[in-house]
Write a protein that binds this ligand. Structure first.
Ligand code: SF4
Length: 468
């Protein structure tokens, strides 16, 4: 079997329009998916502002993120005083159940020992009845992307709270990764109507996609309850969506000291909860695998509704295949998301010619080779930035680009459709309502892709046509 080619980067001094986001941003999304949690960025205020800016633009919701607001003095003498003042302010203003702390590049560089700061704070305030739970995710962006921050925060929540003595053996832990609120709602509905007990972490399906409020809610409703996170230690099994997760930290350019990096692994090691890891369930093949796995673990069948969804999806593949078969796509995004998308594209006959991610795991090429029959035509770019993608893209003559809004200027330059997926979607409404997972997500993606290609054809037809 011929293998994919791996892009060798031409040397240049810096990233140009990075194809990844900052690690505390990923952690903040997780913290917004924990009930009663207020995220606090330990570091400079600009970092919190950038994160809020991105999240507000995508989710179209108010997003409160506190900051310990480092200054020049803090950088030299340490952030102890700012940390205490920041925590006091957050408790006074929000009365949170949880404060999720993510450290910035600067706090990590000067070696802030957040665990010690938390321990000192708790000791000094042990009489305070409003003392929240603290979860700390170590998130230096120079050692990873938003995805590393995301998985680190899920890991930190579980490692802080999971209790082996809550053993009920009835429920399944689900760690879905960085997907949309709509994907989370679909997952919860599928399990609920099928009578399968679960703990979902994180769950920002409501907190980052609120109904209309008349009055401002300082801490939005929704999120995984704390007692559910404690119960992860007594689950029947865990399921993690994604095969790369933050494992790249062990195998790629970046090295971490710990060998266990995900929540599922931690629970397997400390609480004897078996961990099942699988590709993102995008498309029929990966969704079938998820459903088979969950049926086997739970001993329950997923309801008929989903078989009908699958049937309709197959029918639509038959109806639409002539419009997509043989088309060439560029796929850009998080490593696990692009690997899931490539698997889906392969089943509908679209040829991915460039698969690029800002993730630096070094594992992406192997993952792509595992999901396509003939990987010889695919150029895989790990640790890519948008300029390096742009430089190699022209010669591939793609028909469409699949990725976040950040791919817009490349799609515009090439004059091809951009199918917006993942995060961030800055230039459209509905990012939180976009589906990617399961049969319904594949249906949405398929319809959007076919219609974008048809629209392109209509617009570029010299005569125009009304019927397909
Ligand atoms: S300095 Fe680091 S933590 Fe702050 S916004 Fe930039 S990448 Fe994120």
């Amino acid at each position: 079997m011929q293998s994919t080619t791996e892009n060798k980067k031409t040397p240049y001094a810096s990233s140009r329009n990075a194809c990844k986001l900052c690690a505390p941003l990923g952690a903040s999304v997780v913290f917004k998916g924990i009930e009663g949690c207020v995220p606090m960025i330990h570091g400079s205020q600009g970092c919190a502002t950038y994160i809020r800016r991105y999240m507000i633009s995508h989710y179209k919701e108010p997003v409160d993120i506190a900051s310990s607001n480092f200054s020049e003095t803090t950088t030299i003498y340490g952030g102890n005083r700012n940390f205490i003042e920041g925590i006091n302010n957050v408790i006074r203003q929000y009365s949170p159940q949880v404060i999720g702390i993510a450290t910035t590049c600067l706090a990590e560089t000067i070696g802030e020992d957040v665990n010690a700061l938390v321990a000192e704070y708790k000791q000094a305030n042990e009489e305070n009845p409003l003392l929240p739970v603290f979860i700390h995710a170590s998130t230096p962006s120079y050692q990873g992307s938003h995805m590393d921050g995301f998985h680190e925060a899920v890991y930190a929540a579980v490692a802080t709270l999971a209790d082996k003595n809550t053993k009920s053996g009835a429920h399944i832990n689900l760690f879905p990764g960085f997907v949309s609120p709509a994907d989370l709602r679909n997952l919860k509905e599928m399990l609920t109507v099928s009578g399968i007990e679960y703990v979902l972490l994180p769950d920002y399906s409501a907190s980052l996609d609120n109904p209309f409020w008349k009055d401002y809610h300082l801490v939005p409703e929704g999120g995984t309850p704390l007692n559910h996170i404690r119960m992860t230690g007594g689950a029947r099994a865990s399921i993690e969506f994604g095969t790369i997760l933050n494992k790249g930290a062990l195998t790629g350019r970046i090295r971490k000291t710990k060998t266990i990096t995900t929540a599922g692994e931690w629970l397997e090691e400390h609480c004897d909860v078996p961990n099942h890891r699988m590709r993102m369930p995008i498309g029929i093949d990966a969704t079938d695998h998820f459903i088979e796995t969950i049926e086997t673990i739970s001993g329950k069948k997923i309801t008929e509704k989903y078989k009908l969804q699958r049937g309709r999806l197959v029918d639509s593949y038959i109806d639409g295949h002539k419009y997509v078969f043989g088309k060439k796509a560029i796929v850009i995004g998080d490593e696990d998301m692009v690997s899931g998308l490539v698997s889906f594209l392969s089943e509908i006959g679209i040829i991915p010619v460039i698969v690029a991610s800002g993730g630096e795991s070094g594992l992406l090429k192997e993952e792509i080779e595992a999901v396509v029959e003939d990987p010889s035509h695919i150029q895989v770019m790990n640790g890519a930035d948008f300029e390096s993608i742009r430089e190699v893209i022209q010669e591939t003559k793609p028909d469409l680009l699949i990725g976040s809004s950040k791919g817009y200027y490349i799609a515009r330059e090439l004059g091809i459709p951009l199918i917006r997926v993942g995060f961030p979607i800055h230039d459209r409404v509905g990012g939180p309502r976009m589906e990617h997972l399961f049969y319904s997500g594949a249906q949405q993606l398929f319809d959007r892709i076919v219609n974008a290609l048809l629209e392109y054809k209509q617009e570029h037809s010299p005569i125009g046509y009304k019927y397909m």
